[in-house]
Every structure is written in C-alpha cells, then in structure tokens.
Design a protein around this ligand. Structure first.
Ligand SMILES: Cc1ncc(COP(=O)(O)O)c(C=O)c1O
Length: 411
C-alpha cells in the first residue's frame, strides 16, 4: 500500500509541502518558461536543459562535423538500445528487453500482430474508451489476420480474454480519465484464456509505478514525448519479455531488426531479442534529446513519482469540487495516473482562456478540461495557482468570448 500525502488546504500548506518534496530538485533540470504554469506535460513534456544541449551538440558537432562517421564515433547506432535501457527501470523490466523505435501506433501494430500470431486463435479485443489509435490498430490487426474484432465495454477486456483468448490492446492509464488498469488481474485473465495483452504505457511511463515483469506482462509500447520529456514527435519505446521474444516475428522486418544489418543479406534473419522489432534508421536528433531527458529520472524512485502525481491530482480535485466541477477521473484518494479531467460544457473555451492567463492545460472532446501533473517539475503551488486561475475564469465568465471558442486543429 502506497503511503499518501495530506492534501494542502491553503497556498501556504502547498508551499510547505513543496519544500518537503523529495522530487523538488528535479525541477532545476528543466528549462521552463517564466510566467507559465505548464500542466500539459502529459501531452508534450517541456525540454530539459540537457536535451537542449544534446540537440545542439548532436546537430553542430556530430552531424555537421562528424557526418556519417558519427554512427560509430558518436555512438549513434547504439542510442536506441541505450535510451531503451534507461526506460527499462521506469517500467520494471530488464535493460535488454526494450528498444526505442517508431511511434506508439506502429509499435502497437507490430506487437499486436506478433502476439496474435503467437496465440494462433481468438479475437483482437479493445475496450470502448481506449485511445483512438489503439482502437484503429486492434481493428486493422483483426482485418489483416482475418480474425474477429471485438470491442467490449470499458474494463471488460480481461474478462473477454479469459473467455475467448486472443489479443487485447489496452492502456495502463486511460488518456481521458487517468484510471489505472489492474495489470496483474488482466494478465491472469490472459493466461487463463491462452491469450495475451499488448499494453499501451503512453500515459503511464514516468507517472505511475509499473512493474511489468512482476505482473507477468509480455509486450508493451509507450510514448517518450509526454512524461519522459523527449520532445515533439520523439520515437516510442517497445518492450518484449526476453523469454518469448525469440519466438516472435515482427510484421515489418526492417534491416535495423536484422541480426547483422551491415551484411546486407537478401534474406531476413531477425536479431536476438527485442531489437528484431526495430525497423528502419533511428531518428538520431530525437533520440539524443530522449537520452539526455532521461537523466532527469536518475536516482528517482518510481514510488515517489506516483505518490506525487496522486497528491497533485487530489489537490486539483479537492479544489474543483469547491467550484462545483464534476470529474471523470478517479476521486480523491484513489489510484490515478498523472492527470485529471474536469467536465465543463464549454471546456474548450475555458482551456483557451486559461492559456491566455499562462496556465496551459488541454481540452479533450467533448467536454473535458485536462490537467497533467508531470511529477518532476509541477509543484503543489502551481496546482494551487492554476485552480485560482480556473476559479477566476469561471467566476468572471472570461472564457465566454468568440476568440476562445475558435477551434484550432490541435486541441
Ligand atoms: C494512450 C495513447 N496511445 C497512443 C498514442 C499515439 O502515439 P503515437 O502518436 O506515438 O503513435 C497516444 C498519443 O497521444 C496516446 O495518448
């Protein structure tokens, strides 16, 4: 049972709790903008100072001067595996069981096909409130393998697996609500039905305590540009349990997943282990940023990450209640990922008016104000001040203006 912190009831208490925060030093790793309270690290994390330096060095020295020699001399060829190894500790797997490559969408697709082929029978299952990409991937994999596609209600994926086997594509932390899945229970169900789960760790990594191996998980993919702060469009990571990886076949057999890429074999021979799921040339600039950003997690206990996001979320929810706002997120005191979603009929306009005041959150259709509490740099005082801003915007109806209703493409 995780020890929980008291919820601050005044700004002074919030400041006091911040002064005792074991993660407070990590904030200095970030190059944060003055005058902004950034509550969108669950969508795009801000840059660490080390990432900005690494990007500059990689571009100006390793690329401009080192040129093609940098694949060997600057260690570019090992970056995907090295960055993956650093993520391993955050998700409870061995360093050799992860690799960084492609996007979450592509990795979920590769893994779902590989795991479905391994299971040999049963449907491809997804829960109805999953992130859209997961739904599209599940349907596409079912179509490609000429098997049944099953969409079940939220939380019913494990039961369906136990009954019918097959493959379930499922998030550990739901992108809207921040509800946390019960990995052990769902993995148990998968074993019972002879099926498997491809976990989507996008909203979980760097925010909640995940112990994939202990839960019996065998395949997962996750994102690096949210709580891991690698930068816009940075590549995803992928995990496969070492005990099954040799039996798995990637549906996209690229040369970077070959056992010996520079032998230029006409026939594909997969690399040992998880590297067989790498496809093409790694994106070195993004990888350099990711590798550097992960330094901010060095020496950080994952328990402390989760304990802090829960306290920040509890604080937000406690104050939202005084404003009469409903939430779709697990209530105060429950296990929750690193964000909270509050309901408002004009959520888009409210979010825009908050951004105009320097409080950056995001909107998720149709009616959610979503605040992300990235544990390495968000403080209790930030949540307090953001909720003050929300109270002011609502009290004055400042949000009720045509300029805040004008929808941009990215929300
Ligand atoms: C839960 C979840 N899964 C998948 C994705 C898609 O990731 P990518 O754009 O890297 O394919 C996202 C993106 O935000 C996400 O939140």
């Amino acid at each position: 049972m995780m020890q929980m912190d008291a919820i601050p009831t005044t700004r002074a208490e919030a400041l006091e709790a911040d002064s005792r925060d074991p993660l407070s030093a990590a904030r200095t790793a970030f190059d944060l903008s003055e005058g902004v309270i950034y509550l969108d690290g669950n969508s795009l994390g801000p840059p660490t100072r080390l990432s900005l330096t690494a990007l500059e060095r990689t571009a100006r020295q390793e690329w401009r001067i080192g040129l093609v020699r940098s694949w060997n001399d600057a260690g570019w060829i090992d970056l995907a595996a090295n960055a993956g190894a650093k993520i391993a500790g955050l998700i409870g797997v061995d360093p050799g069981e992860t690799v960084v490559c492609d996007s979450v969408t592509v990795n979920l697709h590769k893994l779902a096909i590989a795991m479905a082929r391994r299971s040999e029978s049963g449907p491809v299952i997804v829960e109805a409130d999953e992130f859209p990409t997961d739904q599209y991937v599940a349907k596409s994999v079912a179509d490609l393998l000429n098997t049944e596609f099953v969409r079940v209600e939220s939380g019913a994926g494990g039961r369906a697996l136990a009954q019918r086997g097959g493959v379930l594509v499922k998030s550990v932390v739901n992108y809207r609500t921040a509800a946390v899945a019960d990995l052990e229970r769902d993995e148990e169900a998968a074993h019972q039905g002879g099926g498997s789960i491809v976990w989507d760790l996008s909203h979980a990594t760097g925010a909640v305590k995940i112990n994939l191996k202990a839960a019996g998980a065998r395949a997962a993919a996750g994102c690096t540009y949210k709580f891991l702060n690698a930068g816009p469009g940075a590549p995803a990571f992928l995990f496969v349990d070492a005990s099954i990886s040799v039996g798995l076949t990637s549906p996209i057999p690229g040369w970077m997943g070959h056992a010996a890429p520079f032998e230029f074999d006409a026939e594909y021979r997969p690399a040992d282990g998880v590297r067989r799921f790498a496809c093409g040339t790694p994106p070195i600039l993004s990888l350099a940023s990711l590798d550097a950003a992960l330094s901010a997690f060095q020496g950080v206990a994952v328990e402390d990450l989760e304990r802090k996001v829960r306290n920040l979320g509890d604080l937000c929810l406690a104050r939202a209640e005084t404003l009469g706002l409903q939430t779709v997120s697990p209530p105060v005191g429950s296990r929750r990922g690193g964000h909270v979603s509050l309901c408002h009929d004009d959520a888009y306009a409210v979010v825009q008016s908050l951004i105009a005041r320097g409080v950056i959150g995001d909107f998720r259709a149709p009616n959610l104000i979503r605040f992300g509490f990235s544990p390495l740099f968000v403080r209790r005082q930030d949540v307090w001040d953001a909720m003050d801003a929300l109270a002011a915007v609502l009290a004055s109806a400042e949000w009720d203006s045509p300029r805040y209703r004008q929808r941009a493409f990215v929300t």
